[in-house]
Ligand binder design. Sequence first.
Ligand code: IVH
Length: 669
Amino acid sequence: MKERAAKERIEKLKEEINEHNHRYYVLNDPVISDFRYDILLKELTQLEDKYPDLSTPDSPTRRVGSDITKEFKQVKHRYPMLSLANTYSEEEIKDFHHRVSRLVGREPEYVCELKYDGASISLSYRDGVLESAVTRGDGEVGDEVTNNIRTIRSIPLKLRQGDYPGEFIIRGEIILPLDGFRKLNEELEKNGEQPFANPRNTAAGTIKMQDPSIVAGRPLDCLLYYLLGEDLPFDTHYENLKLTRKWGFKVPAEIKLCQGIEEVIAYINYWEAERKNLPYEIDGVVIKVNSIDEQKKLGFTSKSPRWAIAYKFKAEQAVTKLLKVTFQVGRTGTVTPVANLEPVLLAGTTVKRASLHNEAQIELLNLHINDTVYIEKGGEIIPKIVGVELKDRSKNASPVEFISHCPECHSALRKLPGEANHYCPNIYKCSPQIKGRIEHFISRKAMDIDGLGGETTDLLFREGLINNVSDLYKLKKESIIKLERMGDKSAENIISGIENSKSAAFNRVIYALGIRYVGETVARTLASRFKSIDELSTASFDRLVSIPEIGEKIAGSIINYFKSPNNRQVIESLREAGINMKAGSDTDTVSNVLEGKSIVISGVFEKYNREEYKEIIQRYGGKNVSSVSSNTSFLLAGESAGPSKLQKAEKLGIEVVGEKEFLDMLNKE
Ligand code: IVH
């Protein structure tokens, strides 16, 4: 392609991708499949790689940036980033209203907004292009975190059509929606890492990370609440905010124009009760005077605007008694203390246990057995202890002590310098670690072995039939049948589930090994960079850390894993059993939904052409074959599909799948 043609195509692609980003991340209304989107993005990346001069900072490809910033540049805010006066009382909201009314000489109109619980950010735009993103810092000077912020898909890098000022600043909150927070923590816990305490800290910590590719992997969002500049389009805050939606910003639909303080109070009461149904956390409501003239009249104190106030919700708390602390050992050996509580009702559920994270947390709370404790529920699944009622503590109460030996195998626990967790070093003999590794190996996202659940694994382990993951492949139906309550059919299912797992893709095998810190995503990356387990197991530390997404901690853990003779033995046995230890020819797999499927294509299609469907099949882990046989999994048939193929499929009882049905199949995972 000539440079001029490339330039035109790049512009067209950028526009198209930006539109899809907006529809997906801001409007929640995508019109194309993820696959189609990937194809567009890939084409743009390839063109920009070929013509680096045509690559501009507003390109959507810049969202996955990997420039590592060692220290952030300090930037002075053009307008200081002030905080808000806070109150927990309705009376004080009324006082605010009287004060404001007196100063402006009338009862003003208010805009009520939710108080999003995240980290504030100030975005500068020039000629419609995101120029910089700066954190609040001390309110005067903040950190420039533009490369990280670029990865947040709901923030426009280039504004959509609209009459925006040449220069303006827009401020908002970077948040991590609850769903994303839970998934992130599940992943961390599974990989033996410390989970995050709450979505706010996670969001704030993430935007200050040194490596934007890690930021890009976390589903952050940005909700905007304040437009600033010299010549703003409207003279009310509400109209301005609404207008910014047209430029591409995400301004939540919950903002409301209120006449009179009673409407404001009703808004507060409504959201205090309803907040549990929002997809993200809020910690209150913000009330702002709508007219910008009136805002100017009211001005600022040294800390906050006089034209706004925050009504903060009290976190839902309950009081109960700490009965005892027990200790759990995970599959990676990490020992986690768990508070066992007298059952108590909190935010609609009965709570019996609270997480205590680690020894430092216990010390910080200065916990004693039988203490009266306050518990709170944040975004976390398990509630946490936030305080102790000291006056209720009896004189001879004994402090909670962290154990020195593993509760399961009695080995002396270890704690590495700089790490918060204790762990049991008896990796190969401590039962919960052995069982945990086997359970992880067979889990859905790993080898996905049908028919084997936690209970059966436990039984097989107790009966001495399995002691590590490679023993699974030595199991015989006759020995499984002998287990308690095991029928012939179930035993058969287990054997065939184990047999089928032999064809699992290489990335799943890597994930299944249960290497500390190697989650699903990292496993995919490794499978795309290394051709085989041999190449991975001999990779140097330097080679590993040169891969984006692989930091020193992960690299160290991989090296450590392969150093162990025990692990190497397990890998050898797995290889002998026929487990796939090599990457496929196409390392660009996006998912495994079509894994093990041989698919014949016939006819004309609406959404993609046949060549594209061939690529799709490959990228989703399947195999495209040319003729229908008894080994064919299904026939993907479009308009005027070949009659002989259809007939043969019918004769052999092979399923015929239409285009829509096929695309639905891909989106299922
Ligand atoms: S307006 C000058 N509106 O709360 C007024 N702030 O305590 C600037 N926040 O640092 C703030 N939601 O990060 C405003 N709808 C909202 C908000 C909001 C959350 C945060 C913001 C600010 C803090 C103030």
